[in-house]
Design a protein around this ligand. Structure first.
Ligand SMILES: Nc1ncnc2c1ncn2[C@@H]1O[C@H](COP(=O)(O)OP(=O)(O)OP(=O)(O)O)[C@@H](O)[C@H]1O
Ligand SMILES: [Mg+2]
Length: 451
């Protein structure tokens, strides 16, 4: 008897310690079973308390009157499925006549604490069927990507969403992206995750890092082109524009359409070409975009205008040529001068890390969703990497990228260095890298600048 008590005590103590120190492990060992039990036991009363039941139908009332039975109870949505996941539970409900998905999503906060879960989100799967995704603990506190991720070309699993699902950066559906955030909010780490994900794919990476290259130059071995100042950036962007034009020529040759069809009206893109003809897609990563838009003199202003024009052209026409922009900055508004809002309108994939004021958040989400603006302002300063990201359905969710260290990203880039495709137009900007025996990188920046 005493031994049983000791074992029980040990189990409870282990559970408590796990729950405190390792919520993910706690969830997998004890949490999931307890939570599933709790949800099933409390289901009817919680739904009733949250106003998610419908009164019994007329024929049931009549039947009970005829058979002299007590009046039937109000009915909650029927549970179609309860599925445990790595981070929580997924409950699929069939709504009763007269209920709608909005009722359920309006009640998610009440459901959350009634079921003792950390977070609950609701979404409609099809007419009358709603999925409640519940998380058992704060999955964004310590981001762990699931082991099983569906991989597809140009679709990078870059972060974890609040509801435990994976957030993808899919270049084929959302070609251009804008990432905003105050300093130290995690923009560069997010971008680093993208590079780490793209490194293993057949894609040319182009980096413009006006912070003297501190973020992207360590990853140079996987990059086809790098620029660390405005002058090189301008040459690089103009080379990209001419690369884009030559890709259009190639697509047009394959289509055999006459030459006077304007580029933008060509429906086909590089993905329609045969694989052996297809030029590699190019992802252009720009860190600290404001640096490209600032100028001090007339001379610099001219350069600035040419840079912005090239960026706008790439954003407008790049997609079909397989050129994708990924732009990062602290602010990206009209105060940076002409052309900026036009460029911003082309950048569909918005992500906002912590921002200091509403206007910065508005630059990302003002024209999309006021809720998302509010959520971006509320990101706490002690959680770098947490961001609000728009998704393909027009909604948004809170995400956080895993904390990939620069070392880990460098190792990945070195591992896949041989995947760096040869793009003739970008060859002059290819960083010259000499690797020493220890694997450390030395960089010959002069050769990139003078190219
Ligand atoms: N996803 C994350 N998880 C945990 N920590 C993170 C995450 N992202 C960033 N951090 C921490 O925040 C620090 C700042 O991140 P980062 O350098 O990406 O900020 P930034 O927005 O690029 O800042 P700046 O505008 O100054 O370049 C990092 O050194 C890292 O320690
Ligand atoms: Mg940065």
């Amino acid at each position: 008897m005493a031994r049983l008590a000791v074992v029980l005590l040990l189990v409870v103590a282990t559970a408590l310690v796990l729950r405190w120190r390792r919520p993910a492990w706690y969830w997998m060992t004890f949490g999931v079973a307890l939570a599933a039990l709790r949800v099933l036991v409390r289901y009817a009363s919680v739904m009733d308390a949250c106003g998610l039941t419908v009164p019994p139908s007329r024929w049931r009332l009549a039947l009970s009157r005829m058979t002299d039975r007590p009046a039937p109870e109000p009915r909650a949505p029927r549970i179609l499925r309860l599925r445990p996941t790595r981070t929580g539970l997924v409950l699929r409900l069939k709504l009763r006549p007269g209920q709608d998905a909005f009722d359920v999503s309006a009640a998610t906060d009440r459901l959350r604490h009634s079921f003792g879960m950390y977070g609950v989100t609701a979404r409609e799967i099809r007419s009358g069927v709603v999925e409640l995704r519940m998380t058992g603990y704060d999955v964004l506190k310590r981001v762990q990507m699931p082991a099983k991720i569906d991989r597809a070309p140009m679709r990078i699993p870059v972060a974890l969403r609040e509801d435990g699902s994976v957030h993808y950066r899919d270049y084929r559906t959302v070609p251009h992206g804008l990432t905003l955030g105050a300093t130290e909010s995690g923009k560069s780490v997010y971008q680093r995750n993208l590079v780490a994900g793209l490194a293993a794919q057949d894609v040319a990476l182009v980096g413009i890092d006006c912070k003297q290259g501190v973020e992207l130059f360590p990853l140079a071995r996987r990059f086809s082109a790098l620029a660390s100042d405005q002058d090189t950036a301008l040459e690089l962007l103009e080379a990209l524009v001419s690369h884009m034009e030559s890709v259009y020529q190639l697509v047009r040759e394959q289509q055999r359409i006459s030459v006077d069809v304007p580029d933008a009206e060509i429906a086909a893109d590089i993905w329609d070409l045969a694989e052996d003809l297809r030029p590699p897609p190019v992802v252009v990563l720009v860190d600290e975009v404001a640096e490209l838009a600032l100028f001090a003199s007339k001379e610099e202003e001219k350069r600035r205008d040419r840079i912005i024009t090239a960026l706008v052209r790439l954003a407008q026409l790049g997609r079909a040529a397989g050129i994708y922009l990924e732009i990062c900055g602290q602010r990206f508004g009209s105060e940076l001068g002409k052309g900026i809002t036009m460029l911003r309108a082309q950048l569909t994939g918005r992500t906002a890390h912590r921002v200091n004021d509403e206007t910065s958040a508005n630059m990302a989400f003002g024209d999309i969703s006021p809720d998302a603006v509010l959520a971006a302002i509320q990101i706490p300063a002690d959680a770098p990497g947490v961001a609000v990201a728009g998704d393909s359905t027009g909604g948004w969710s809170r995400i956080r990228a895993p904390h990939t260290s620069l070392r880990a990203a460098v190792n990945l880039c070195n591992k896949y260095a041989d995947r760096t495709p040869y793009v003739p137009a970008l060859a002059p900007f290819r960083p010259a890298v000499a690797s020493s025996a220890s694997g450390a990188l030395t960089l010959n920046k002069a050769s990139t600048a003078t190219a």
